[in-house]
Design a protein around this ligand. Structure first.
Ligand SMILES: Cc1ncc(COP(=O)(O)O)c(C=O)c1O
Length: 456
């Protein structure tokens, strides 16, 4: 497969033929909303209806064509309708869609492939069909491995929406009011180092990682039953706004967990499989997790997820049956296997590192140039822009976040809002030309909003 399979459809994007959301989008969306309730802010703030995707391009029902800076929601990371992946799914769709958890040739091949690419001895694997189910399995596995039942996770983490996953995630005030309490007994949240907004800082204002660890130590002694099975973390917080910890956090946390025989569980549903330029985001800090989950881009849009533990803990997985209706079905395994092969064949980890460097440089320049850009974040293709009312006070600028999101979308950029932090997760196939084009649309929109609020 030629690496540039997506380039022809991207030639003239963005192409806006009618101001979006156009008349067909508006009518269709209103029709759907008679019955569907509970949309994300991504859709509520820009209710456009899509009918096609190819590579880095999305087309709406009015014929507008957008540059994709969201990969759905961190999902279609290898481009929409990647020919190799679509064909692999179609092959099994015509041959064998489901046979419970019996072994199939494609499942066997996928397992061997995963064992070959994952670092360390992360060789004991189970398959599921959404990220949340893999997270639930990881929590069960951690209990089965350690015989303990408590969990620590971090403020602003997200791990899914079932009860145990919600128990280690920060839900919005609205969620808590609607169906709270959201935390089951034995689940605790602790602060996590955010270099831009440190809870614990040194006298010079820089983040104090050791103070966080001292707090965790005190919290475990004073606030838990001393029965902590695992520390549950996203290596970088996706929903939280592409927030990366300081470089010394994970190496120190690994040692902290080892000293207390607590498992380190990295939820790589969003960060894994190449998004930051490594198979595992945690590899940036040379840290190995005991438990890890993959999802979102794992099957490039086909629902397939995985929970993996290190080989020495494989026995515990026997105690938590992975049998489910859809987990590891042949189409799912084919999508995941083809996706891993595409990452290798198209040298996408290298592309993410190279173009990620370009993103980082441009974002830093944006931070210097714009009074409302308080901070820029990211590694590889997992990026964020934090908007503030003034750089000294760092007050979050929510209204600006919404407006910049909507303005850039109207110009032809499909992307992701998160309050005052704008999030970007472009397909990993993107080159500098389109990366620059997307950032131009964002920067123009930021400048317009600054003008609107009297900053220029
Ligand atoms: C880190 C993380 N874990 C788990 C999930 C849940 O995945 P899913 O939506 O596939 O259930 C998400 C979803 O956004 C996530 O970002």
């Amino acid at each position: 497969m030629a690496k540039d399979w997506w380039k022809a459809s991207a030639r003239d994007i963005p192409r806006i033929v009618v101001e979006p959301p156009g008349p067909k989008s508006r009518t269709m969306h209103a029709s759907a909303c008679r019955y569907f309730h509970g949309l994300s802010s991504q859709v509520k703030l820009f209710p456009v209806c899509f009918e096609q995707g190819h590579g880095i391009t999305l087309t709406d029902v009015d014929g507008n064509r957008y540059l994709d800076f969201s990969s759905g929601i961190y999902v279609t990371s290898l481009g929409h309708a990647h020919p190799k992946i679509s064909e692999a799914v179609a092959h099994w769709a015509k041959r064998l869609m489901n046979c419970h958890d019996f072994t199939t040739p494609v499942k066997d091949e996928l397992l061997s492939k995963m064992a070959a690419i994952l670092p360390g001895r992360l060789h004991a694997i189970q398959f599921y069909s959404d990220g949340t189910a893999a997270v639930e399995a990881a929590l069960r596995a951690a209990r089965a491995i350690t015989g303990r039942h408590e969990f620590l996770s971090c403020f602003r983490d997200f791990h899914g929406k079932t009860m145990a996953a919600v128990s280690c995630a920060q839900m919005s005030r609205g969620d808590v009011l609607a169906y709270g309490p959201t935390r089951a007994p034995g689940f605790y949240m602790v602060p996590r180092p955010d270099p831009y907004r440190p809870t614990f800082a040194k006298p010079d204002g820089t983040i104090d990682t050791d103070a966080y660890l001292r707090f965790y130590d005190a919290f475990i002694r004073e606030g838990t039953a001393g029965n902590v099975a695992a520390f549950v973390l996203e290596p970088a917080q996706g929903w939280g706004g592409s927030i990366f910890p300081p470089e010394d956090f994970f190496p120190k946390l690994r040692a902290f967990c080892d000293q207390r025989k607590i498992l380190l569980y990295a939820d790589e549903v969003l960060t894994g499989m190449g998004r930051t330029g490594e198979w595992l985001c945690l590899s940036h800090w040379n840290v190995l997790p005991d438990v890890v989950t993959f999802g979102k881009s794992f099957g490039n849009g086909f629902p397939v997820t995985a929970m993996v533990v290190s080989e020495e803990n494989a026995g515990a997985l026997e105690k938590i049956s992975a049998s489910s209706s859809y987990g590891g079905n042949p189409m799912a395994c084919a999508a995941a296997l083809a996706s891993l092969e595409v990452i290798e064949e198209e040298e996408l980890l290298e592309n993410v590192r190279r173009v990620g460097g370009y993103f980082a440089k441009r974002l830093q320049a944006m931070k210097q140039a714009h009074p409302i850009v308080g901070d820029v974040k990211g590694k590889g293709f997992l990026l964020g822009i934090e908007l503030v009312k003034d750089k000294a006070g760092k007050e979050p600028f929510e209204e600006a976040g919404q407006l910049v999101y909507q303005k850039a979308f109207r110009k032809g950029l499909a992307w992701i809002p998160a309050g005052h932090i704008l999030r970007m997760s472009p397909p990993l196939i993107m080159d500098e030309k389109y990366a620059g084009l997307g950032l131009d649309l964002i920067e123009e929109s930021i400048a317009e909003v600054e003008k609107q609020f009297g900053y220029r």
